[in-house]
Design a binder for this molecule. Structure first.
Ligand code: AMP
Length: 468
């Protein structure tokens, strides 16, 4: 898919269960609450102690498991699942995860959330040695590295393999004996472990998926951890001691569901504080505060609370629209943005609107919304963005790898204000964002990956170094 056709979107969601009846259904439910993290494809691998079985396809989870027999065939007390949005690799069935590998003596299934920064180099090296890859996604590299390791146990092989890869990764690995969980040395992606009432374990990209299956949070996976869950219980190892937390700030700003807690911080509450800090940072006179549904509603309510202005429903989202990125041309995509959102005339007409959005990426949405509000009779539209200017691409698991795509990388605030047709435009400061998230870290270090805003990448970028 060309960049023209493909829009920016969130990464992937992973979910795993060990030691529970109906692991397939629990995984389905868990994945359902992670659907916002990826809508291109979904799959589940289940383990009955003898054999691993898989079903996966392109589409939303409900489309993939459209017939009961697809899910029913996945028997066993453990399973892993994945919802995919391609960060690397094309949108084709071979890339839909979990990937299941059948070896002569064993089976291994793999689900990956993130993006490796040295996968291209590793893949080339492996191919030169005769390895054949069956997908074009970067996730398969890990399995090849495990397979060439001379170490004895799977855990030792895994540790050796993990030390060869770089970038962002949250991995789930299922064999007939265990569920292995690994997080990169910066903890770029969120990953949590919970327990079910019957004692079974659950692993998920976000805590909202633990809630969905009635699991209680027992642990947020920490950078550099390798966790093995089996019938003997849970064992926590470090695959590396060289760790430094740099969790993705965009998870807090946009990706994660508001009911999730990331490292103990509720996402909705963090977004409210982003909105409140934005109100403190720039004064403006207005009549009402409107958020862009749905991702900006938390920030808008925080803005309204802090400024003392009424929070109003000035925009409505049509929940039944297809996604605009499916449209083949820019013009059609822009039309579908219009279909997706509607201004509430009776609310905004004659009003000075403070419009809060969570972030500006390409800038397409903002320009249309400002126009929508004006067409509905708003007399002023002041755009307030609850995150700093997004100027640098991401190489750790978000599908924004081209600087050209980012409007703030090329235009000043004044120029963007003119392009969007807003009366004023302001962005939350980096300090305001760090304060709003409020991660406990050793100041001045925030514990966050803020590279989108300042270009300060927490790692060397290997295959992507020239792109930053
Ligand atoms: P635009 O500026 O038109 O590209 O759209 C920006 C809006 O898309 C933001 O207000 C977010 O709600 C949402 N958004 C932010 N980051 C992403 C991303 N990586 N992928 C898809 N949508 C995003």
């Amino acid at each position: 898919m060309s960049n023209e056709v493909r829009s920016l979107n969130e990464e992937c969601g992973v979910f795993g269960v060990w030691g529970a009846e109906n692991a397939n259904y629990l995984t389905y439910l868990g994945l359902h609450s992670l659907q916002h993290r990826g809508q291109e494809g979904a799959g589940i691998v289940a383990n009955d102690g003898q054999k691993l079985r898989t079903y996966r396809n392109l589409g939303l989870l409900t489309q993939v498991f459209s017939k009961p027999e697809y899910l029913n065939s996945l028997t066993g007390n453990s399973a892993i699942g994945h919802v995919r949005y391609s960060t690397a690799g094309e949108n084709k069935i071979e890339n839909v995860q979990p990937l299941l590998f059948d070896f002569t003596d064993s089976q291994i299934a793999l689900a990956h959330n993130g993006n490796l920064t040295n996968a291209i180099t590793l893949k080339r090296e492996l191919e030169d040695k005769g390895h054949i890859f069956k997908s074009s996604s970067d996730s398969e590299v890990l399995i090849h590295l495990i397979k060439i390791s001379n170490k004895k146990t799977l855990k030792e092989k895994m540790i050796e393999a993990l030390n060869k890869i770089h970038g962002g990764f949250a991995y789930l690995l299922l064999t007939k004996d265990s569920l292995m969980v690994a997080l990169d040395s910066h903890g770029f992606r969120p990953l949590s472990i919970g327990r079910l009432k019957n004692g079974g374990y659950v692993v998920a990209s976000e805590t909202c998926a633990l809630d969905a299956v009635g699991a209680i949070l027992v642990k947020n996976v920490q950078p550099g951890e390798l966790i093995t869950i089996s019938d003997l219980g849970m064992v926590v190892d470090q695959w590396t001691k060289k760790t430094k937390l740099a969790i993705c700030s965009m998870e807090f700003i946009y990706f994660a569901r508001p009911d999730s807690d990331i490292l103990g911080i509720n996402v909705h509450s963090a977004r409210k504080r982003m909105g409140a800090n934005l109100a403190k940072e720039y004064e403006v006179t207005g009549d009402i505060v409107v958020g862009v549904p749905n991702s900006s509603l938390s920030a808008a309510s925080g803005y309204a609370e802090e400024s003392g202005l009424p929070y109003e429903m000035g925009l409505i989202k049509n929940q039944y629209m297809g996604r605009e990125f499916i449209q083949p041309t820019k013009e059609l995509r822009e039309k579908s943005v219009r279909q997706k959102l509607a201004a509430v005339k009776g609310v905004v007409c004659g009003k000075r609107v403070i419009l809060v959005d969570d972030s500006i990426v390409r800038g397409t949405t903002c320009a249309y919304i400002v126009q929508l509000l004006r067409d509905a009779g708003a007399i002023e539209v002041h755009l307030r963005i609850a995150s700093p200017r997004f100027m640098h691409p991401c190489f750790y698991g978000i599908d924004i790898q081209e600087k050209d795509e980012l409007i703030a990388a090329h235009k000043s605030i004044a120029e963007m204000n003119q392009i969007f047709g807003s009366d004023s435009l302001e962005f939350l400061s980096e300090e305001g964002l760090i304060d709003a998230i409020g991660l406990e870290a050793d100041a001045p270090y925030s514990g966050l990956d803020m590279s989108y805003f300042n270009g300060d990448y927490p790692t060397y970028l290997y295959d992507y170094e020239s792109k930053k």
